[in-house]
Design a protein around this ligand. Structure first.
Ligand code: NAD
Length: 501
């Protein structure tokens, strides 16, 4: 039997190797401090431990929140806009210079293929630059003064946009750097200070970022990073009476707990939650586009993707041709370690998650769905599940209703081209995060898109996120929007001022 090689024998850059040898401490009040215990993170492609890191509990969250409060009332919210912009721009340049380190850490910690990790690192740099620029676009309005004031004197009414205050941010493991940056960059641009809790599964890229905040010139306490478990550090942060807002990305089940925890001081809450997004393929779809597009709607990031399009409504006229194309595409997806540039499909995050995904596959078989391709866990180290496609799925099957968060596609054959009927099928879910329509008939596509209850719907592409494009969920996929101007608004309060002149 061959021994599993670290990183499947792939070499890491010297900077990543050096980083992994460090003592992985928390960042509180500008200092790298010890936690209350340790936890390990594993390479999901090999199952081998890659780092041991400090985790925090209640005491560490309390001191991080106190540091964030001091920084908020001290330098950060009072700093001139141009200076805050310059600090964020410096952060972007430092991240750019450390792109290899950040990319490799997400590959080995999360399992994502290099082509995706490289893209998300570049997007994160763009995001920091975007919000650095957006600081100069934080604008209020002038409006008509109230009647009882202006009846007696000249008056002026205007609004100010002000930072929400101390923000708690809790992020998941599926795109570690990206889900963190798209909370950190707008919060810091708005003038908020932050305590962020990475996922206990994927702490590394955020710990690397910790050094970059000091180097960029953020005052101590503006950003605090406390690793820890959800039920402990996460819960404490969400409940904390001195946190003004909590911004959460993760599962819908945890989102509910966050809402309950936030009740004590009625802190503001933003939620980016799960999805079970519909993909509608019409008889006139261009299959040369639709085959890779639909395949990647499900299999991108091994399906560990909130936007994943995993409920496919395939018109009967193209169903068989689509299945044939998708089967070939799935067979051509190279599986392996994310460090291998040829890899299109990496491992699932953990053994436990892999077992959960395999449970869904077995349940789909038992429920009568027809397995078209895949369905197996690879007989090798790591948590690899084949790209899997089921057809003949019925709307009430668990595979059509539950977020599996794995490379599992559920196809339902449909015979209708009626827009209302298609919209009813697409909307038959508590979620509403993403979706796509595949057709050459643009008028039909735009009419159908208007009927789909979802925060993002694409035509002839899927999951079209971008730094400037608002993203978030209808229904139980969340509250609020990230990305773009709305992402910044989420960290701003509006104050109305009236002056009797
Ligand atoms: P999760 O809900 O298990 O955990 C997310 C984070 O919450 C982790 O940091 C975890 O430690 C923390 N947490 C867990 N319990 C907590 C509690 N009681 N109080 C406070 N914090 C707690 O989610 P996950 O498995 O890490 O991530 C996968 C989920 O995230 C999927 O459902 C996916 O759809 C969703 N997601 C959504 C988006 C989006 O933008 N809508 C993006 C990425 C992931």
């Amino acid at each position: 039997m061959t021994m599993t090689q670290p990183f499947d024998g792939h070499a890491l850059s010297p900077e990543t190797t050096a980083f992994l040898a460090r003592d992985m401490r928390l960042l509180i009040d500008g200092e790298r401090v010890e936690g209350c215990a340790f936890h390990e993170t594993r390479d999901p492609a090999t199952g081998l431990v890659i780092a041991r890191f400090h985790i925090g509990g209640k005491a560490q969250i309390d001191s991080a929140v106190a540091a964030a409060r001091r920084a908020f009332e001290g330098p950060w919210s009072r700093m001139a806009a141009a200076e805050r912009t310059a600090i964020l721009q410096r952060l972007a340049r430092i991240m750019e210079a450390n792109a290899t380190l950040l990319t490799e850490l997400d590959i080995i910690d999360n399992g994502m293929p290099r082509f995706i990790a490289g893209l998300t690192t570049a997007n994160c740099v763009e995001m920091v630059d975007y919000y650095a620029g957006a600081i100069l676009r934080i604008e209020g309005t002038t409006t008509t003064p109230p009647r009882h004031v202006s009846a007696e004197a000249d008056a002026l009414t205007y609004t100010l946009r002000e930072p929400v205050g101390v923000v708690g941010q809790i992020v998941p493991w599926n795109v570690p750097l990206s889900t963190a940056i798209l909370k950190l960059a707008p919060a810091l641009a708005a003038g908020c200070t932050v305590v962020i809790k990475p996922s206990e599964e994927t702490p590394l890229s955020l710990l690397a970022l910790a050094d970059m905040f000091s180097e960029a010139g953020f005052p101590a306490g503006v950003v605090n990073i406390v690793n820890g478990f959800g039920a402990d550090a996460g819960q404490t942060l969400a409940e904390h009476p001195d946190v003004d807002k909590i911004s959460f990305t993760g599962s819908t089940a945890t989102g509910r707990r966050i809402v309950t925890a936030a009740l004590g001081n009625l802190k503001k809450v933003s939620l980016e939650l799960g999805g079970k997004s519909p993909v509608i393929v019409m008889p006139d779809a261009d299959l040369a586009l639709a085959v890779p597009g639909v395949a990647m709607a499900t299999f991108f990031l091994q399906g560990q993707n909130c936007m994943a399009g995993t409920r496919i409504f395939a018109h009967e006229a193209i169903h068989d041709a689509l299945m044939e194309g998708l089967t070939q595409f799935a067979a051509g997806m190279t599986m392996g370690h994310g460090l291998n540039p040829a890899t299109m499909q990496g491992p699932l995050i953990s053994e436990a998650h892999c077992a959960k995904v395999m449970g869904h596959i077995e349940a789909a078989k038992a429920a009568g769905a027809r397995l078209v391709t895949g369905g197996e866990k690879l007989a090798r180290a790591g948590n690899f599940v084949q790209p899997t496609i089921f057809t003949d799925c019925a709307p009430d099957m668990a595979i059509m209703r539950e977020e599996i968060f794995g490379p599992v596609m559920a196809v339902q054959k449909v015979s209708t081209t009626d827009i209302d009927e298609l919209a009813r099928l697409a909307n038959d879910t508590p979620y509403g995060l993403s979706g796509s329509v595949w057709t050459r008939d643009m008028a039909f596509a735009h009419r159908l898109v208007k009927r789909v209850r979802s925060g993002q719907v694409s035509i002839n592409c899927h999951g079209a996120v971008g730094t400037n494009i608002p993203f978030g969920g209808y229904g139980q996929s969340g509250w609020g929007r990230e990305f773009g101007q709305e992402g910044l608004d989420a960290y701003l309060e509006t104050k109305a001022v009236t002056a009797r002149l």
